[in-house]
Design a protein around this ligand. Structure first.
Ligand SMILES: *[C@@H]1O[C@H](CO)[C@@H](O)[C@H](O)[C@H]1NC(C)=O
Ligand SMILES: *[C@@H]1O[C@H](CO)[C@@H](O)[C@H](O)[C@H]1NC(C)=O
Ligand SMILES: *[C@@H]1O[C@H](CO)[C@@H](O)[C@H](O)[C@H]1NC(C)=O
Ligand SMILES: *[C@@H]1O[C@H](CO)[C@@H](O)[C@H](O)[C@H]1NC(C)=O
Ligand SMILES: *[C@@H]1O[C@H](CO)[C@@H](O)[C@H](O)[C@H]1NC(C)=O
Ligand SMILES: *[C@@H]1O[C@H](CO)[C@@H](O)[C@H](O)[C@H]1NC(C)=O
Ligand SMILES: *[C@@H]1O[C@H](CO)[C@@H](O)[C@H](O)[C@H]1NC(C)=O
Ligand SMILES: *[C@@H]1O[C@H](CO)[C@@H](O)[C@H](O)[C@H]1NC(C)=O
Ligand SMILES: *[C@@H]1O[C@H](CO)[C@@H](O)[C@H](O)[C@H]1NC(C)=O
Ligand SMILES: *[C@@H]1O[C@H](CO)[C@@H](O)[C@H](O)[C@H]1NC(C)=O
Length: 878
């Protein structure tokens, strides 16, 4: 210490003593120590401030303090240094209030905020226990008043380091009970925060407060939860910035207010709302607008430079001036890219919807890593419908395995060329697996986000606008045959017709049900073309249309009238009457499949258009057995039966079997043979259904026998039990129930007719004989099996045709050998030509006769009843 300084002190002490004598001891507190005292004297005399004095000396503040008047000094006692440690940067201004001599009597039962002539605001208070505090911490020595300086000293038990900034302050008050992460995040998103918050009061809501007044989506938007918004530009970014600032400005008051407030004081926030303030509990609780109460101990907290009051769930003003719309919600759902696309396509009107606007529903794809694709304007519009889709209201509660479908017009309505300005629709189906759009996109939750007049659903992937016809059918692979026809006929690219298309498309097994007709169509593309184009109708018909009746044209340019009567019952069939088709088309309600030019209705069965003529001749040609036509031509009365106007059906053996049986133009009894294969028209139904008597032109009756689902066999009633199998069938378009062609695997032999002739009325002897014969038969089978087994490899016995059944044919005698030529000429070696080892030749005839030979050696056919033998015995191919 310089000698100069020592002299100063001596002079001062002397002066103080003189003042004390002259003024008659104004300061009672200090006179017992020393007559004339300064702030520094008082501190120096009190040992509990020794560390503080040392700090003052080290900082060179002694002289500065001695030169001050009209001030308050907060002096930390030694223990404050012990706990907080030696402070490196020590600024005396942190401990001073200038121009204010503060005594505790000024703050009895109240809280006072000092904001002028201080480095940081100082809050001095007396709490309800009577204790005084400075910035919420206890005062341990009150009101030390030096008599030589107009000043006061308040001893405090802590140091006063630099105040936190507001974000720093908020971090210090995190506690399990009250968390303030939201406001922290908000503050971190705002630039120039210090300037904005300078000399202000901030009302700080807790996270619970945020959650009370904002939905989680709103919070995620405001606080940029997905870190997308800071990368946005232009109007999108601007809108968010505005919302952020509005939110913060709701919470920032234009001036500092805190501590005890007399009555009500009105202060406005930065959004110019006038807010009445009052205080409770000695000023330790700040009340906004009469209801919202700050937290004790977390009120009147000081930051650099201002005052903060912390709240829990109160603070309703947080939500003022903030308006959420679909755009903000989409951000909150991490769909900022989708918003960008909407801006890019200038469709903001669809997401900036306020309460008074039209209803809108948005189906937004969940954000995924690979959604960089971008949207075309139409596909973007397809995500919107301008109505409310309220899944839980629009769809009923379903039983297991029930489905329910609704159609909605989307906002994509501008395709005049393709859909005639109609809006492309979407189909929403409810099933036990939840809701799906167009059978492809899953709606994540049946509860939408609701903002303004907009509902938002999230879906599992990007919603694609229905595409071309063929790709749209991928959901239904049973339409492949139709696609095949359309591709070959160049019908997959439909010309824009200005009104859209309704396509009735044969799917499922509707083609296969046509049998021979399908084969015909595969060979005659003109006919296939006629069918497909008859089913492509100009104009849009959806199955939710109810009653529908319209005159329009089909793809051939022909006028057609289309009528539909919808049933009230969902999932029911709808009969469509097309004037160009005799029979109704049956489609299922809600089976509609959208494509970019209209709608497809899959058909489960096919009715042929009136304009399509398929004659019996066409069908016989389709069987590949043209010789049959030649045979018929020999007899004009029979040939005429094939004419359109007559109604007869015909059984056509396969060409190879015809050859095998040596049936030619020269065969005798050819006419009878043909007549045996022609069926009266009115019996065709029986033949189609495989039931009842079937009368042939020859006067003989056939019966049909169905085995399993597919296999149908014909034989002559009361004749031999030889059977032929129906391989395929198809009907003429002239009269589809009266004139049909049945392809059979081999000809029916005239020789099978006269069973009666050989039907001996056998006595008991015959029965016995039958038993013997049966034994023979079994032995025969056994031998055959052995023969087949040992002869395997070169002895391929059974045919390539489907029928592996070996029929056991009872025979009477050699004269009626069924393996004889079917017509009269009996030549050739029967036994050898039908032997088991006959190879390929015998294989052309299903129902190979290997057992017949053995039976032929017997005499009595009656050993086998027709019942026992009509069931084929299965022979293993091996
Ligand atoms: C101290 O404060 C008093 C009253 O506030 C004032 O009259 C006086 O001029 C002040 N003195 C100084 C040195 O500022
Ligand atoms: C301060 O409050 C206490 C109780 O809270 C009361 O007893 C006392 O009288 C009050 N003092 C003044 C000066 O109002
Ligand atoms: C702080 O705000 C008050 C009231 O708004 C004003 O009088 C004072 O000058 C301001 N102080 C500073 C440093 O801006
Ligand atoms: C204050 O409260 C009243 C009624 O409680 C309310 O109508 C008003 O909007 C509130 N003011 C602000 C700025 O929150
Ligand atoms: C193919 O079908 C068309 C239309 O039914 C018909 O006019 C034409 O004669 C058929 N062609 C043949 C080779 O059968
Ligand atoms: C369609 O045309 C027929 C006559 O060709 C007419 O009787 C019917 O009323 C028309 N239907 C509609 C819906 O116009
Ligand atoms: C069948 O049609 C042919 C020509 O296609 C004709 O010559 C013949 O007279 C017709 N027969 C009958 C019975 O209508
Ligand atoms: C079927 O038609 C024939 C003549 O073609 C006739 O004699 C017979 O009575 C008809 N049968 C039935 C059930 O109509
Ligand atoms: C088929 O012919 C029969 C008799 O000739 C007739 O009763 C029936 O109506 C015809 N069916 C069709 C579809 O032409
Ligand atoms: C058909 O004729 C050929 C030779 O002309 C003969 O070998 C064969 O046995 C005959 N088929 C029948 C079933 O009569």
């Amino acid at each position: 210490m310089s000698t100069h300084f020592k002299w100063m002190i001596i002079v001062q002490v002397l002066l103080n003593s003189i003042w004390g004598i002259v003024l008659g001891d104004a300061s009672k507190d200090t006179d017992n120590r020393f007559p004339f005292t300064s702030v520094v004297d008082l501190l120096s005399q009190d040992v509990q401030f020794s560390t503080f004095v040392r700090s003052l000396q080290r900082g060179g503040y002694i002289q500065y303090l001695n030169g001050l008047q009209n001030f308050t000094l907060f002096a930390p006692v030694n223990s404050a240094f012990a706990t907080d440690g030696e402070i490196g940067e020590f600024d005396i201004e942190n401990y001073l209030i200038h121009d204010k001599v503060l005594e505790t009597k000024q703050v009895v039962n109240k809280t006072v905020v000092f904001r002028h002539n201080v480095k940081y605001p100082v809050v001095m208070a007396q709490n309800s226990n009577g204790d005084f505090t400075v910035n919420n911490l206890p005062v341990v020595e009150r009101d030390l008043m030096p008599n030589m300086q107009n000043a006061s000293i308040q001893g405090i038990s802590f140091l006063m380091p630099d105040a936190y900034t507001l974000p720093g302050l908020v971090k210090t008050v995190q506690s399990p009970k009250y968390t303030y992460d939201c406001i922290s995040q908000l503050l971190s998103e705002i630039e120039d925060l210090d300037e904005l918050l300078n000399n202000k009061t901030v009302l700080v809501p807790s996270d619970r407060g945020f959650r009370r007044y904002f939905s989680s989506v709103e919070i995620k938007y405001l606080l940029n939860f997905y870190h997308q918004l800071n990368d946005m530009e232009g109007a999108i970014r601007e809108k968010w910035d505005n919302d952020l600032n509005t939110l913060l400005q709701n919470l920032v008051l234009s001036e500092m207010i805190g501590g005890s407030i007399d009555g009500k004081e009105v202060v406005s926030n930065l959004n110019h709302d006038d807010l009445p303030f009052s205080s409770n509990d000695h000023g330790s609780q700040i009340v906004v607008n009469g209801t919202d109460l700050s937290l004790h101990h977390l009120s009147n907290l000081v930051y650099d430079f201002g005052l903060a009051h912390f709240y829990d769930t109160d603070l309703s003003l947080i939500k003022k001036h903030l308006h959420f719309d679909a755009e903000t919600y989409l951000h909150g759902l991490n769909c900022s890219n989708f918003v960008e696309e909407i801006y890019f396509r200038k469709l903001q009107r669809l997401i900036q919807n306020t309460k008074s606007d039209e209803p809108i529903t948005i189906f937004v794809p969940e954000p995924s890593l690979d959604d960089e694709g971008g949207f075309t304007k139409p596909s973007l519009l397809y995500h919107f419908t301008e109505q409310h889709v309220d899944l839980e209201k629009d769809f009923p509660i379903l039983n297991r395995d029930e489905l329910f479908t609704n159609f909605y017009d989307t906002s994509f309505c501008s395709s005049n060329k393709r859909l005639g300005g109609h809006c492309q629709r979407m189909k929403i189906t409810k099933s036990k697996n939840g809701y799906s759009i167009n059978n492809q996109y899953k709606i994540i939750s049946s509860k939408p986000y609701h903002v303004g007049n907009t509902l938002i659903y999230t879906i599992n992937k990007d919603l694609q606008l229905p595409g071309d016809l063929a790709p749209s059918l991928q959901v239904l692979d049973s339409c492949a045959q139709s696609i095949h026809f359309m591709r070959n006929l160049n019908l997959l690219d439909l010309k824009p017709n200005g009104e859209g298309y309704t396509v009735f498309l044969p799917c499922f097994d509707s083609w296969n049900k046509l049998g021979l007709n399908l084969e015909y169509l595969e060979q005659n593309s003109t006919a296939a073309n006629l069918i497909m184009r008859n089913f492509i109708i100009n104009g849009l018909y959806y199955t939710d249309a109810g009653h529908y009746d319209k005159n329009t044209t089909n793809n051939m340019g022909e006028e057609v009238r289309i009528c539909a009567n919808s049933s009230k019952d969902k999932n029911q069939e709808i009969a469509i009457s097309l004037s160009s088709v005799d029979d109704d088309l049956l489609i299922r309600k809600d089976d509609d499949i959208m494509f970019n030019q209209g709608v497809i209705h899959p058909l489960r069965s096919l009715a042929l258009p009136n304009a399509l003529d398929i004659s019996l001749r066409d069908l016989i040609e389709t069987t590949g057995n043209i010789e049959m036509l030649d045979f018929l031509k020999q007899y004009s009365e029979l040939d005429g039966l094939l004419n359109a106007t007559s109604s007869y059906s015909i059984l056509v053996p396969t060409l190879s079997s015809l050859h095998h049986e040596n049936i030619t133009l020269n065969s005798s009894k050819l006419k009878d043979f043909l007549k045996l294969h022609i069926i009266r028209g009115n019996d065709t139904v029986n033949l189609l259904n495989c039931e009842g008597d079937i009368h042939t032109l020859l006067g003989k009756t056939l019966t049909c026998n169905r085995i399993g689902e597919q296999s149908e066999y014909l034989r002559i009633k009361d004749g031999l039990i030889n059977e032929v199998r129906i391989l395929n069938k198809g009907c003429s378009t002239y009269n589809s129930t009266q004139s049909c062609v049945f392809l059979i695997d081999r000809p029916i032999s005239l020789s099978w007719i006269d069973k009666e002739k050989y039907h001996l009325a056998l006595p008991v002897v015959a029965v016995a004989l039958g038993v013997v014969l049966g034994t023979f038969f079994m032995v025969g089978i056994f031998c055959c099996l052995l023969a087949v087994k040992f002869g395997k490899g070169k002895h391929i016995v059974l045919s390539d045709e489907e029928d592996n059944d070996v029929q056991v044919l009872p025979e009477s005698d050699n004269d009626s050998d069924p393996r004889q030529p079917l017509l009269a000429d009996r030549s050739g070696n029967v036994a050898s030509s039908h032997g088991i080892a006959n190879g390929p030749q015998s294989s052309t005839i299903p129902g190979s006769s290997m057992d017949n030979r053995r039976i032929n050696t017997g005499t009595a056919d009656t050993a086998y009843s027709s019942n026992s033998t009509s069931k084929p015995i299965r022979m293993d191919r091996k």
